[in-house]
Ligand binder design. Structure first.
Ligand SMILES: *[C@@H]1O[C@H](CO)[C@@H](O)[C@H](O)[C@H]1NC(C)=O
Ligand SMILES: *[C@@H]1O[C@H](CO)[C@@H](O)[C@H](O)[C@H]1NC(C)=O
Length: 192
């Protein structure tokens, strides 16, 4: 002990710490790389789940592509929507969309993939009850059709005072039976 002069002890201590720190820091990128490469494959008995089996809560998914009625564009891309909307389940197109796994969620395999089962539905702030009230109270002014974006027929309805009352009633029936819907193909907003 007597051979180490007191100022030498801190120096040795600092040297050891530096070497230790350097090992930690230089080891870090190495470990990181290992993680990345192992996340590309799913081992048969590993606890990590294949990314494409994760539930929607762990994914961020794009909106379905709108092909605006172009069937060949849809066939080219292999997914997307030719038309939006439909009031009954069977009428609604189902498509694949691109989903990516949220950051910080651990899984194996591709982190970006196509997931099937998304309905071709969009909402643009049209409410069924509100529109029905417009139709009943202000149908003779064509207010219901104005709100749905059907401007042409709305003007006609306004000028004819709701087809002298007949069109007024017909539109209420069309609304209730689901034949009169927003012009842009969007669905009734389900949240009141
Ligand atoms: C439909 O899409 C195809 C290719 O995706 C394009 O060549 C064609 O011009 C489109 N047709 C219309 C009517 O937009
Ligand atoms: C994950 O599952 C998908 C769908 O079954 C499969 O195509 C893919 O090969 C799997 N990925 C891995 C890395 O096993």
């Amino acid at each position: 002990m007597g051979r180490f002069s007191p100022p030498l002890l801190p120096l040795i201590y600092v040297t050891f710490c530096s070497i230790f720190l350097w090992l930690c820091v230089s080891g870090e990128p190495l470990r990181h790389n290992e993680d990345l490469s192992s996340s590309d494959m799913c081992l048969p008995h590993s606890a990590r789940v294949n990314c494409s089996y994760l539930p929607l809560e762990f994914l961020e998914c794009d909106k379905p592509t709108d092909h605006r009625g172009n069937q060949s564009a849809r066939d080219d891309e292999g997914h997307g929507c030719v038309k939006f909307g439909g009031q009954r389940f069977e009428d609604v197109e189902i498509t694949k969309v691109w989903c990516s796994v949220l950051d910080g969620i651990d899984c194996c395999g591709e982190r970006k993939f196509l997931r099937d089962g998304f309905p071709c539905i969009k909402y643009s702030g049209h409410y069924f009850v509100t529109t029905l009230i417009y139709s009943v109270l202000l149908g003779f002014l064509g207010m219901d059709r104005f709100c749905l974006g059907q401007t042409g027929t709305a003007v006609g309805k306004l000028l004819t005072m709701g087809g002298v009352g007949i069109w007024w009633i017909v539109d209420i029936v069309l609304l209730i039976t689901g034949s009169l819907t927003p012009e842009d193909g969007s669905n009734w907003n389900p949240y009141v």
